[in-house]
Design a protein around this ligand. Structure first.
Ligand code: NAP
Ligand code: ZN
Ligand code: ZN
Length: 373
C-alpha cells in the first residue's frame, strides 16, 4: 500500500474510532405509547466549553411518563427520557473552567437556554423567552438536533448547565433533587414559606415526598393531602405533622386551614375543593401537570385566594437547593432499579405505587452490551 493510500485508510479508521466513541447505549420509546427498549444514540465530542458525563444514576419523573405517552402533545420520537441525571465528568473541552475530571455532577431538566433574555439574565432560565433547550424531547439551539435524556450511559453538556452534587448524600438519593427537589423547593422559596406556616402538600409521590421533606426542613408545619389512605404512616415518617385522606369527602371540612398549598398530583382532581382549604389571601401553587381541569372563580373570589404555577428552577437556585440538601442531609427516598425494569416501574408509578422515586442504575445498561460505551 502506498503511503498516501495508507494515510487515507488510517484517517478513515481514526474517524470510525472517533465516531464509535460517541455512540452511546440508551433506552428509547420508538413512538408514543411504545414501551421503552434498547436504542443507540450519538453524543457529541465535548466542544471547548462542554463536559462529557458518564451517567451513573437517573431518576424516573412522572413527566417522563407523560411525555413518552405524548400526553402533552408534540413529542419528538424516538424519545430517550430522563432529566434527573447524576454522574462523573470523564472528558471535557479545553476552555472548561468550572469542572475537573472526576467531579460528581448533575444535569436537570434543561441543558441550554438563550442566555440573553430577561429570564435567563435573572437566572430563571426555566422561563427562557426564546427557547429553553430541554434535556430530552427538545432540540439543541440549532433547532434540529434532538436532545436525549438520562436513560443512557453518558451525556455531553455545556459546563454552565451542570450542577455540583452534594457529597454527603448518596448519589442515587441525590439524583431526584435535580427535578423533584428543585420543583418543590423553588415555589416554597419564591412564595416565602417560613417556619411555623401551615403548609399542605397534595400527592405523596416523587415531588410530594420531597415537598414534605423540604417544607419540614424550612420549619413549616406540614400536612399531606393524599388520595391513598395507606400512605398515612409514611407521611408522618417523612416529616408530616398531619395526614388527610382525600378519598374521604370529609376532607373538605378543613376549610381555611392552610397558609400555602403545593399541589403535586399528576392526575385530574378537583382544584376547587383544595382551594377552599386555603386561608384568605393565601396561595396554592400547581406543580403537577394533569390534563386540563375545571376551575371555579368562586373558590378564588370568596377569600381573595391566589392560584399559580411553578416550573422547575434555574441553575443558580438548583445549586442552592443541592447545597441546602447537603447541609440538612435531605435526600430522596428511592428504589434503585436496573434499566431493564423501567417499563414495570412506569406501571407502578401509574398506580401511585412508588416509594418514592425510582432511580435507574446505569451500570445495568453498560453490562448489557446493547450499545458502545
Ligand atoms: P408521582 O411520583 O407519580 O406522584 C404523583 C402523585 O399524585 C401520586 O403519588 C399520588 O399521590 C397523586 N395522584 C395520582 N393520581 C391521583 C388522583 N387521581 N387524584 C389525586 N391525586 C393523585 O409523580 P411526580 O414525579 O411526583 O410528578 C407529579 C406531577 O408533577 C406530574 O404531573 C409531573 O409531570 C409534574 N411535574 C411538574 C414539574 C414542574 O416543573 N412543574 C416538574 C416535575 C414534574 P397520593 O397517592 O398521595 O394521592
Ligand atoms: Zn421531572
Ligand atoms: Zn433566555
Amino acid at each position: 500500500m502506498s503511503l498516501a493510500r495508507f494515510a487515507v485508510s488510517h484517517a478513515k479508521l481514526d474517524r470510525k474510532v472517533f465516531e464509535a466513541m460517541l455512540k452511546t447505549a440508551a433506552y428509547a420509546a420508538a413512538h408514543a405509547r411504545a414501551p421503552l427498549a434498547p436504542f443507540t444514540i450519538e453524543r457529541r465530542e465535548p466542544r471547548p466549553h462542554d463536559v462529557l458525563i458518564e451517567i451513573l444514576y437517573c431518576g424516573i419523573c412522572h413527566s417522563d411518563i407523560h411525555q413518552v405517552r405524548d400526553e402533552w402533545g408534540g413529542g419528538i420520537f424516538p424519545m430517550v427520557p430522563g432529566h434527573e441525571i447524576a454522574g462523573k465528568v470523564v472528558r471535557m473541552g479545553d476552555k472548561v473552567q468550572k469542572w475537573n475530571l472526576g467531579d460528581i455532577v448533575g444535569v436537570g431538566c434543561f441543558v441550554d437556554s438563550c442566555r440573553e433574555c430577561e429570564a435567563c439574565k435573572a437566572g430563571e432560565e426555566q422561563y427562557c423567552e426564546r427557547g429553553l433547550v430541554l434535556t430530552y424531547n427538545g432540540y439543541e439551539r440549532d433547532g434540529k438536533t434532538p436532545t436525549y435524556g438520562g436513560y443512557s450511559t453518558r451525556i455531553t453538556v455545556d459546563e454552565n448547565y451542570v450542577l455540583r452534587m452534594p457529597e454527603r448524600i448518596p448519589l442515587e438519593r441525590a439524583a431526584p433533587l435535580l427535578c423533584a427537589g428543585i420543583t418543590t423547593y423553588s415555589p416554597l422559596r419564591h412564595f416565602g414559606v417560613k417556619a411555623g406556616d401551615n403548609v399542605a402538600v397534595v400527592g405523596l409521590g416523587g415531588l410530594g415526598h420531597m415537598a414534605v421533606k423540604l417544607a419540614k426542613a424550612i420549619g413549616a408545619h406540614v400536612t399531606v393531602l393524599s388520595h391513598s389512605p395507606t400512605k398515612r404512616e409514611e407521611a408522618v415518617r417523612l416529616g408530616a405533622a398531619d395526614f388527610i385522606s382525600t378519598a374521604d369527602e370529609s376532607f373538605k371540612k378543613n376549610a381555611e386551614r392552610f397558609d400555602f398549598i403545593l399541589d403535586t398530583a399528576s392526575a385530574p382532581h378537583d382544584y376547587n375543593a383544595y382551594l377552599s382549604l386555603l386561608r384568605r389571601d393565601r396561595t396554592m401553587v400547581l406543580v403537577g401537570l394533569p390534563p386540563p381541569t375545571p376551575l371555579s372563580a368562586h373558590a378564588l373570589v370568596s377569600r381573595r385566594r391566589r392560584l399559580t404555577g411553578s416550573n422547575i428552577g434555574g441553575i443558580r437556585e438548583t445549586q442552592e437547593l443541592l447545597d441546602f440538601c447537603g447541609s440538612k442531609n435531605v435526600g430522596a427516598e428511592v428504589e434503585v432499579i436496573p434499566i431493564q425494569k423501567v417499563n414495570e416501574a412506569y406501571e407502578r408509578v401509574d398506580r401511585s405505587d412508588v416509594r418514592y422515586r425510582f432511580v435507574i442504575d446505569l451500570a445495568s445498561l453498560k453490562k448489557t452490551g446493547t450499545g458502545q460505551n
